[in-house]
Design a protein around this ligand. Structure first.
Ligand code: KG4
Ligand code: ZN
Length: 351
């Protein structure tokens, strides 16, 4: 079974084709990605209307590239998957509309995929895939969550951020340091030349005893430090970047380890854009080795948004017995909606 996947929830248009025939993990046959980062940079963040328009421009050419890479044609596709949410409503509608139109033209079923489920399952495409059950640390631009994952569609929320996401903390602190958008990679690069001990920044909720996070206060502390430094900030930016990264990373590592000991699980999966952060990977690897826990990451290029994780999640759901919207009743089958907000815990397999 060949599954075409389309991702358009935010500022990346991604298309991928996977082969989900047989019981093994779906195989990635081709994928193509266009990042809008350059376009949004001038505005310091994602402009939703521009994002939607650019998805429209990119999605069909990316689909052609993907199919050519895989040596297949659209007629070979058995199911069309798309990101149904969460994300920007207008951006999601582009992927959903295109996916359902193509499926209608082909007379094939569709499946709306949860973006975070895509991130969560993306390590299954890596050379060192995990096995269930595991604890997942989901760290993206909009979400910071710890989940207990017992299988495809079996997700239990253990804790989450009560305000900003970890990616947001990176992005907002980077902005205060005069770095461009998206701030995470830029702040991480600058931090490499800094001394993380040079500033004392708060570790919010580190000792709260639960698995929740809070990052809004950290951004305020960075702002306060930056103001205090005044003209001296220019010479101390790398130190402040390193201290900020260290604060975010320490909280993520401690809470992940706490989730592992609370659940008794011995496996951790890290997913989402912040999962690309080298310092986070280093500290998690060290802490997990000490604790005797195996840790799995997506391939670096599949940490941030992409179509491969959407096609993969659709494939794994179908293999787990999920019923795609079929063409049996075309009037119903191709009616679609998007879910800009969508709790991950609602994703039980729908037989
Ligand atoms: O998962 P993602 O691509 O999009 C969302 O679904 O939100 O995550 C994007 C986030 C941004 O906040 C970005 O700054 C952050 O991931 N990010 C990083 C790194 N690469 C991406 N943060 C820290 N270090 C990185 N290397
Ligand atoms: Zn994402």
């Amino acid at each position: 079974m060949l599954i075409l996947g389309i991702e358009s929830s935010c500022d990346e248009t991604g298309v991928a084709l996977v082969d989900a025939s047989g019981p093994g993990t779906p195989a990635l046959l081709g994928h193509a990605l266009h990042s809008q980062i350059e376009m949004h940079q001038a505005y310091g963040g994602v402009v939703p209307e521009l994002a939607s328009r650019d998805h429209i421009r990119r999605v069909l050419p990316l689909m052609a590239t993907t199919l050519a890479q895989a040596g297949r044609s659209l007629q070979d596709v058995d199911l069309v998957a798309y990101t149904r949410g969460p994300g920007l409503a207008g951006a999601l509608l582009v992927g959903a509309g295109v996916a359902c139109a193509i499926a209608a033209a082909l007379g094939k079923p569709t499946l709306g995929v949860h973006h975070l489920e895509g991130h969560l399952l993306s390590p299954f495409l890596s050379a060192d895939p995990p096995t269930f059950p595991f604890v997942a640390l989901l760290v993206s631009g909009g979400h910071t969550q710890l989940m207990r994952v017992d299988g495809v569609g079996r997700y239990e929320l253990l804790g989450e951020t009560i305000d900003d996401a970890a990616g947001e903390a990176f992005d907002k602190s980077a902005k205060l340091l005069g770095l461009g958008y998206p701030g995470g990679p830029a702040l991480a690069r600058l931090a490499e030349q800094g001394d993380s001990q040079a500033f004392k920044l708060p570790r919010p909720l580190l000792h709260s005893g639960d698995l929740d996070f809070s990052f809004a206060g950290l951004k305020t502390a960075v702002l306060t430090q930056a103001r205090k430094l005044g003209d001296d900030l220019a010479g101390r930016r790398a130190d402040l970047a390193a201290a900020t990264q260290a604060a975010i990373v320490e909280v993520l590592v401690k809470k992940s380890l706490a989730a592992l000991s609370q659940t008794g699980l011995r496996r951790l999966v890290v997913a989402g854009g912040v999962g690309a952060n080298a310092e986070l990977r280093l500290r998690l690897n060290q802490a997990c080795e000490r604790a005797g826990v195996r840790v799995h990451y997506p391939e670096l290029h599949l940490c941030t948004d992409n179509g491969a994780m959407i096609a993969l999640a659709a494939g794994l759901r179908v293999q787990a017995g999920d019923r795609a919207q079929t063409a049996a009743d075309p009037a119903r089958a191709y009616r679609f909606d998007v879910k800009p907000r969508w709790p991950l815990a609602d994703l039980a397999i729908n037989p």
